[in-house]
Every structure is written in C-alpha cells, then in structure tokens.
Design a protein around this ligand. Structure first.
Ligand SMILES: [Zn+2]
Length: 114
C-alpha cells in the first residue's frame, strides 16, 4: 500500500499503521542515499536502519522505535491537545500534516453543533 496515495487528504492513523509503513516512509525520506549505498556496495544494507525496518515481518511500535532510536516515527500526537493517543485523523496538506485525536475531533463537532 502506498502511504501517500493521491487524493488521500484525511487518513486514519494508529501506532500500528505508523509501524507498518515506517520502512516505506524511511525509504521515501532517504531514497537517494539508500540507492547510492546499494549501488556502490556500501556496507551491508541489512544492518542499516532501513534494512532492519524492512526485515520486520510484523512491525510493532516498540520494534520500530527501538530500531530508529526514538518514538517520533510511530507517534500519533494530536496537534490540538498534544497527546499521543495512538489513534488520530491525519490531514495531509502541501504545507504539512495536521492531526487530531478522537477527543479533539469530538470537541470540534460539538462546536459545530453549538
Ligand atoms: Zn487532541
């Protein structure tokens, strides 16, 4: 599955979905460097972060965080309340992504309903 499909403006994300596409996103961010390393017989790609992420058959948040060394690649932090609730709606825009957790989405709907 392509994590940046055309027309997907509003996506459900979870810790698990972020773990599932971590290798693909890591590659997307660093494809030039990774391909250069592959094409020039640099040290075994399987020992790199990308190699280790790619080798995960059933990625978990814990495994991805451990390989990368921080939790940023699996976080689902809400941009309104700042909590990492593990589930959010992510709005993808040219200027960057924006996420809201279920509680903040509910508050937004309550505002609309007066
Ligand atoms: Zn929130």
């Amino acid at each position: 599955m392509d994590f940046k499909s055309e027309g997907d403006f509003m996506n459900l994300i979870t810790w698990q979905s972020k773990a599932n596409d971590a290798a693909e996103r890591w590659y997307y961010d660093r494809s030039t460097l990774i391909n250069f390393a592959k094409n020039n017989n640099f040290p075994d790609i399987s020992t790199s972060i990308y190699g280790k992420l790619s080798a995960l058959e059933c990625p978990t948040k814990e495994a991805v965080d451990r390989i990368i060394g921080n939790p940023h690649w699996t976080e689902c932090t809400c941009y309104e309340c700042g909590q990492d609730t593990g589930i959010a709606i992510e709005f993808t825009m040219d200027i960057g992504d924006f996420r809201l957790c279920p509680d903040c989405l509910t508050k937004a709907l309550e505002k609309m309903n007066g």
